[in-house]
Design a protein around this ligand. Structure first.
Ligand code: SF4
Length: 339
C-alpha cells in the first residue's frame, strides 16, 4: 500500500486520455454488468443518456478483486481504533486492503478523470450513504463513505463525485456537468498551453465564472494580466487553485441575474422595445422562481445568434456543457438546474 501511495502520480497515468469529452469512472453495476452482491444490475436512465457525452471506464472494486456475483453482501465496520474494515457479515473475511489497493489502482491508472458516477449505499462505491457498524453489532451505527470515494478525496480531490441517485437531482446534476466540462476544457488547455490560450479560456468563461464569484474572477484576471511575473508552472498552479476555489461556490439567483443583465447589456442596443420588455418580464419571473434559468439562456442565445453578437455566442455561460444533453434528459423529465 505504501508503495502505491509513494508511486502515485498525477502526471503519469497509465492511460492517457486526449479527447474532448470529460473522462469519467462509473460503477459497473449501473447499466453495464450484473455484478452486484445479489447478481443484479441497476438500471439508471440518466447515466445511460449521459454515456454519449462522456468518455468513461467502468469500475467494480468488488468483482475486480475476484469476488463472485452473487456473493454475501459486504459490511463496512469501524473499529475502536477508527480504522475501517470491510467484511461479510457471517464470515471473518476482510477485504479492505484489497479494495483500497484496487481503488488506488483505478485512480492511478486514470489520473486524468474529471469525475465519477457511483452506486450509492455500497461499502465500496457509496459516496456518503453507506451504513456502517461497530464490530459484533448488527444495528447500523451511522452512514459513511465507501472505500473508493475515500481514496478519490485523498488522491484526486478535484474529481466531481455524484451518485446514481443524485443524477436525478437537477441541482446536483447541473453542478456535476458544469464541473466535469470545465475541468476537461482546462486539462485540454494545459496540454497545449500558451498565454493566448489562457486568455481565451478566461474570456470565454468570464460570464459563467462571474455567476460563481466576482472576486475570484478579478483575481484570475490579475494573474493573467501579470503573467510575465510567473513561470508557466507557477501560473498554471495559481490559476488552477483559484478555479478550484471558484467551482466550490454555490450559485445564487441574485448573482445569476447580474450576469444575465451583463449579457443583456451587449444586446440591448439592437433590441426593440417589445423585446426589452419581454426580457425584463422573464427576469422578474426568474427572480420569483416562476421560470427556469434555461428560458432566459435560450432567449439570450437565440437573440445573440439572430444579431450575430459574437461575444455572447462564445460565452460558455450560455452553454457550459453541450445543450443537447438538456434536450435528451428532458425525455425523462429531467433538466439540470442549479436553482
Ligand atoms: S456498487 Fe460498486 S462494488 Fe458494488 S457491484 Fe456496483 S460497482 Fe461493484
Amino acid at each position: 500500500m505504501k508503495k502505491l501511495e509513494k508511486n502515485f502520480s498525477y502526471c503519469k497515468p497509465r492511460y492517457r486520455y486526449r479527447g474532448y469529452k470529460p473522462l469519467i469512472l462509473i460503477s459497473r453495476c449501473l447499466n453495464f454488468q450484473n455484478c452486484r452482491y445479489d447478481g443484479s444490475l441497476i438500471s439508471c436512465a440518466p447515466a445511460e443518456i449521459l454515456k454519449k457525452w462522456l468518455a468513461y471506464r467502468t469500475v467494480c472494486p468488488e468483482s475486480d478483486i475476484g469476488l463472485p456475483s452473487p456473493r454475501p453482501p459486504l459490511n463496512l465496520i469501524i473499529t475502536s481504533r477508527q480504522s475501517w474494515l470491510v467484511s461479510q457479515p457471517d464470515a471473518q473475511n476482510f477485504f479492505q486492503q484489497q479494495l483500497r489497493t484496487k481503488s488506488r489502482r483505478y485512480l492511478r491508472e486514470n489520473a486524468s478523470i474529471q469525475g465519477l458516477i457511483l452506486k450509492e449505499k455500497s461499502p465500496s462505491c457509496g459516496i456518503a450513504s453507506c451504513k456502517y457498524y461497530h464490530p459484533g453489532n448488527s444495528s447500523p451505527a451511522g452512514w459513511a463513505a465507501g472505500l473508493l470515494p475515500r481514496e478519490v478525496r485523498k488522491l484526486l480531490p478535484r474529481a466531481a463525485l455524484i451518485s446514481a441517485e443524485d443524477l436525478k437531482n437537477p441541482e446536483k446534476l447541473f453542478y456535476f456537468l458544469v464541473k466535469i466540462y470545465i475541468w476537461r476544457r482546462w486539462e485540454n488547455l494545459k496540454r497545449a498551453y500558451s498565454p493566448a490560450a489562457l486568455q481565451e479560456f478566461q474570456a470565454r468563461h468570464k460570464l459563467l465564472f462571474l455567476g460563481f464569484n466576482r472576486q475570484l474572477v478579478d483575481e484570475m484576471g490579475r494573474i493573467i494580466a501579470t503573467q510575465n511575473d510567473y513561470n508557466q508552472k507557477q501560473l498554471i498552479a495559481c490559476y488552477e487553485k483559484l478555479l478550484d476555489n471558484l467551482l466550490q461556490q454555490k450559485l445564487t439567483r441574485g448573482r445569476w441575474i447580474n450576469v444575465l443583465l451583463h449579457g443583456f447589456g451587449h444586446l440591448s442596443d439592437s433590441l426593440d422595445e417589445s423585446e426589452k420588455i419581454e426580457f425584463r418580464r422573464l427576469i422578474q419571473e426568474f427572480k420569483k422562481g416562476e421560470t427556469s434559468y434555461l428560458s432566459l439562456h435560450n432567449w439570450l442565445a437565440s437573440q445573440s445568434r439572430k444579431r450575430n453578437i459574437t461575444y455572447l455566442i462564445n460565452q460558455q455561460f450560455l452553454a457550459p456543457y453541450p445543450p443537447e444533453i438538456n434536450r435528451k434528459l428532458s425525455d425523462i423529465n429531467l433538466v439540470p438546474d442549479p436553482f
